[in-house]
Design a protein around this ligand. Structure first.
Ligand code: ZN
Length: 289
């Protein structure tokens, strides 16, 4: 497995951006979830909150940062419902209470109506719901909400136009490529992100991206390349194949522990190709048309 770039637990990345690692490294979270404290004044924005299992260590770190900055959290912006992004919310509210600060307003986008598998963790948070293009502003930072479904239906990025920067959540990662639920929506979100012409991306996992346009382009091309490889594999085999059999042919250089995630991505490619009439079959058994 290729080793990951080492990321310090706390890094000041710009005069108005401090990254605090969620302390939850793993195969899907890379170095852990990046959380970002944004703004310059007393009241700041926190983007994402890490996960419940490591919330205690994380909130200790966050507490030190807030103390040294003389800051509190006015808005918590959760990029999407996954547990490694929403899991720290209640611990952070407790931390703010212990500092005699007001609770933060916790924001996310609504999921689309057909997307109903809402976790207990998600239910336990008192959410305020954002809308696409809404602005969130604190001293030293102005952020615009950009709905970017694909990874999940409720996923959004935050665009900071003055800095030409995007907080990309899990749409673009600092290393490797991302998983997604809906390939069609995901590609559209990537194209929308290209149009914002960012000069810098602060991803939900991994190091900052200083050449964002070529990275976004790479993500789009990577998906097209995978699609072609999947089609070619099915054509050459010429008998029904499962998602995992396709993974073993197409993802030869990917470490085995990531194959289940790869199989999920392959499944989404297959659904898209099936919808387009380019392949035949159903879950677990696919053939070329
Ligand atoms: Zn994540």
């Amino acid at each position: 497995m290729t080793s990951l770039t080492v990321i310090p637990l706390v890094s000041k990345l710009a005069s108005n951006v401090i990254r605090i690692l969620g302390c939850n490294p793993g195969p899907m979270t890379l170095q852990g979830t990046n959380t970002y404290l944004v703004g310059k004044g007393h009241r700041r924005v926190l983007i994402d909150s890490g996960e419940a299992g490591t919330a205690q260590v994380y909130t200790e770190l966050l507490s030190e940062v807030l103390d040294s900055e003389g800051a509190t959290i006015e808005h918590m912006l959760i990029t999407h419902w996954h547990h490694d992004h929403i899991g720290g919310v209640s611990s952070i509210q407790k931390l703010l209470k212990s500092k005699n600060s007001k609770p933060a307003t916790v924001w996310k986008l609504r999921r689309c109506p057909r997307d109903d598998q809402i976790s207990e963790q998600e239910k336990s948070v008192k959410w305020q719901y954002l809308v696409h293009d809404q602005w969130i502003e604190v001293e030293g930072a102005k952020l615009q909400v950009k709905h970017s479904p694909g990874h999940t239906t409720d996923h959004y990025c935050l665009f900071m136009p003055k800095e030409d920067a995007i907080f990309s959540g899990d749409c673009i990662l600092g290393e490797g490529t991302a998983v997604f639920e809906d390939l069609h929506d995901y590609i559209i979100s990537l194209r929308n992100m290209l149009q914002m012409k960012p000069k810098l991306i602060y991803p939900g996992h991994g190091p900052i991206i200083e050449n964002p346009l070529s990275r976004i382009q790479y993500y789009i091309e990577h998906r097209q390349k995978r699609e072609e490889e999947i089609l070619k594999t099915l054509q050459e085999k010429n008998e029904p194949m499962s998602e995992m059999e396709i993974v073993k042919n197409v993802y030869k250089t990917t470490p085995e522990h990531l194959w289940p995630a790869a199989a999920s991505n392959v499944g989404h490619h297959l659904k898209k190709l099936h919808k387009e009439g380019r392949i035949k079959g159903q879950n677990g058994s696919w053939t070329s048309s």
